[in-house]
Design a protein around this ligand. Structure first.
Ligand code: ATP
Ligand code: SF4
Length: 324
């Protein structure tokens, strides 16, 4: 990994417009990703992780709008927020690839999987059909799929969940993107297959020198694969830090709660805690610190004023009045 950035997000704000009101799903997010680095975006369901990922890809539904901020892609420092749809289509796949949560919403059920990978290769590289098909089989072999040529000639419903997710990964990396965004890539898989797919992903991004943004609610899988962790709560980043240091010494009460909820071999079941209460409604989020209704340490200022995300040492930034 080198120190230059591949992506920089500044004050990014994405809202959904609904009959209930405005959902403040991503609200002033600032972060960067270095070349060759893997970062995780972690938070409970509804914290805005997927909205952030889909905002970067500019794949938001019609009722969503990016209302503020920038997403710069380096080295040119192109602002993805301001690209036309045509220009963004070229960035997608060629420079940024995405692995989706559910393979079946992404794969075409009536097309052989090898052809689906080949199609992506042809679109971005202009290879002939025969060359692209050969490349597709090579990619499946790289993803440790036994008898790859045979698998390439099957339809999605003929493959297991783990196999389908490998096909999705093959499509995402087929054009050698510089950055890969993986949104809960293993949630739909059982635990042993999850571990295999994650290991594969880790090896592949290392081999191909890609950067990774891994979106997950599961802090347990992050340590295996990511250099840094970003913790999101109710549309905002509450803590960012290097994985090892953040796990050993979490500073934000929400991060502490999330880590307490991760079962380990050193904890008995009675020691596995959690965070009381539910995430807030983002149409009408709490004033001040959005975590204040659930925070065991909340005091008067937390209800009145929003804590800024402040760097507390070289590798850590935290948004909490107890820390800044
Ligand atoms: P999950 O892990 O469950 O996917 P998440 O952390 O990725 O959760 P998002 O899916 O980004 O969170 O959701 C953030 C907020 O935006 C939630 O309040 C959710 O209900 C809302 N939201 C998501 N998609 C839409 C939509 N299409 N229209 C309106 N609100 C939406
Ligand atoms: Fe808790 Fe206050 Fe810190 Fe928010 S700012 S996490 S409510 S102590």
């Amino acid at each position: 990994m080198n120190d230059s950035k591949i992506l920089e997000i500044s004050n990014l704000t994405t809202y959904y417009y609904t009959s209930r009101g405005i959902v403040r799903a991503v609200d002033g997010v600032t972060l960067y990703v270095k070349r060759g680095e893997s970062i995780a975006i972690v938070g409970e369901s509804g914290s805005g992780k997927s909205t952030l990922a889909f905002t970067i890809m500019r794949l938001l539904p019609d009722n969503a709008q990016i209302v503020n901020g920038n997403i710069w892609l380096y080295p040119e420092k192109i602002d993805l927020v301001r690209l036309s749809n045509d220009e963004m289509r070229k960035v997608r796949g060629r420079r940024i690839g995405m692995i989706f949560q559910d393979p079946m919403t992404f794969l075409n059920p009536v097309m052989k999987v090898g052809d689906q990978i080949a199609e992506a290769i042809m679109y971005h590289h202009g290879y002939t059909k025969t060359e692209a098909r050969r490349k597709a089989v090579e990619l499946l072999e790289k993803l440790r799929i036994p008898d790859a040529a045979n698998v390439a000639s099957r339809y999605p419903h003929q493959l297991s969940g783990g196999m389908k997710q490998r096909v999705i990964i093959a499509i995402a990396v087929s054009c050698n993107p510089e950055l890969l965004i993986a949104d809960e890539p293993t949630t739909a898989l059982d635990v042993t297959v999850q571990a295999e797919v994650l290991e594969l992903l880790r090896r592949l991004i290392q081999e191909l020198g890609m950067s990774l943004i891994l979106v997950t609610h599961d802090l347990g899988i992050v340590a295996e694969i990511c250099n840094r962790v970003t913790i999101m709560y109710a549309g905002k980043i509450v803590e960012i830090g290097e994985t090892y240091s953040l796990y050993r010494n979490p500073k934000h009460p929400y991060t502490i709660g999330l880590l307490n909820a991760v079962p380990t071999i050193h904890k008995s079941s009675s020691e596995v805690g959690g965070i009381k209460g539910n995430p807030p409604d983002l149409v009408n989020p709490p004033t001040g610190c959005r975590f204040n209704p659930r925070c065991p340490y909340a005091f008067e200022r937390c209800i009145r004023e929003e804590p800024p995300l402040i760097e507390v040492n070289n590798d850590r930034a935290v948004a909490c009045w107890l820390v800044v």
